[in-house]
Design a protein around this ligand. Sequence first.
Ligand code: SDX
Length: 436
Amino acid sequence: MKTQSQDFAELKVDGKVIRLPIVVGTEGERALDITGLRRQSGLVTLDPGFANTASCTSQITYVDGEHGILRYRGIPIEELVKKAMFVDVAYLLVHGQLPNASERRSFSEQLNLSSLLHEDMRHFFDHMPQGAHPMHILSTMINAMTAFYPNVDIKSMADNIDESCARAISIVRTMAAFAYKKSIGEPVVYPRHDLSYCANFLNMMFDSPVKPYRIEPEAVRMLNLLFIIHADHEQNCSTSTVRVVGSAQVNLYATISAGISALSGPLHGGANQAVMEMLRTIQADGDVMKFIRMAKDKDNPFRLMGFGHRVYKTYDPRAEIVRRECDAFLSKLHYRDPLLDVAREVEAAALKDEYFIERHLYPNVDFYTGIIYRAMGIPENMFTVMFALARLPGWVAHWREMIGDDTKLVRPRQIYTGCPLCGMDTDLSVNRTLVI
Ligand code: SDX
């Protein structure tokens, strides 16, 4: 979407003054539009990790990192977690407004009809190695959807976005539960038409022919809340990956597969699993301050997982919501987790330490979520899968927005710092014996 500019910045290069438009976003964010920079000056910009670069304009999500604000299509997440279900928020992100009653019915029906995995795909699980990480299984299976489902050209998918979105969100949920059942050697549990999105997932995860699962309403409420707060987060690493891959006119499933791979990294979505490993290590050692010191030590690769954020320079509003829910949820489930006490001790120690204060390092969305997943009985190697399931509507929304815009193929420049022009120091043509 094009933005209008009334204001300009002037850049003096080699004695020449260049005027670059300043564009302003809905919430007053300002950006230097450098689309004309190279043509006017021969210069490009250098910004490793794009920490200072807006890759696109978007109408989906607004994050204010200084004030800890997160809104989906203008609605604060604090309101959505109180009044909406995850399915409503998925519709909101993709369509731009919450569904009315008939839109909700039709979307739910599509989610239900799309929840079955192609039976030939189910057999993929039989050939996955026992120890395969569920994120890698998920990324593989989603890519395979391109072969199993028709009309995956991007125009058909964009024109039938509800069907594409429902299939991506619903089948992936089934795949995730099947991957878990495969990992514990139990028979898969099929989705049911009479259960809500989150209740269906918990049932597919924990029901068994010999031990029926009693669906706990409080767990369903909490899963809706966790999925809502993870549903989108503007141009994070995995969403940017979806936009980069999608910009080459790649179908939705293949771009989501790339997004899942990006999300699996420990610096991104994999952090929720890394937090639990860290809390257990600290619990076993008993000395919280030792790990605070390690996190501050430049010569030590240890980082406080679940702390810090590229955008939030204050408490992540999602972490705030989860932190508040932790105690109440665990007590409703009559569940006590000593790692929660460790987490609170780590947070208290870090938040009063100059190193963390100076760098604006606060708990992010991953710091407390693992405690809640553990209380639900979700195994740790499935924590990042939970993040991926929740992020699917965000990825679909960004893919759709990008395909809809006059998106250019993403192809950044670079600054070459390798060796200057040189000859070959060995003439391979002379001593090349015929090598079969
Ligand atoms: C997610 O972008 C998103 O929106 C992502 C996400 C989403 O919803 O999609 O919010 C989800 O990915 C949350 C982040 C999960 N990752 C972690 O919890 C891993 C631990 N955190 C860090 O690795 C780090 O904070 C990042 C990667 C999240 C952000 O790092 P940046 O923005 O690249 O900042 P940086 O690495 O340049 O750090 C700035 C300073 C450095 O110190 P100095 O060189 O200035 O002395 O802060 C320090 C860093 O060493 N620092 C940390 C730290 N995070 C940053 N020091 C100790 N522990 C940490 N966790």
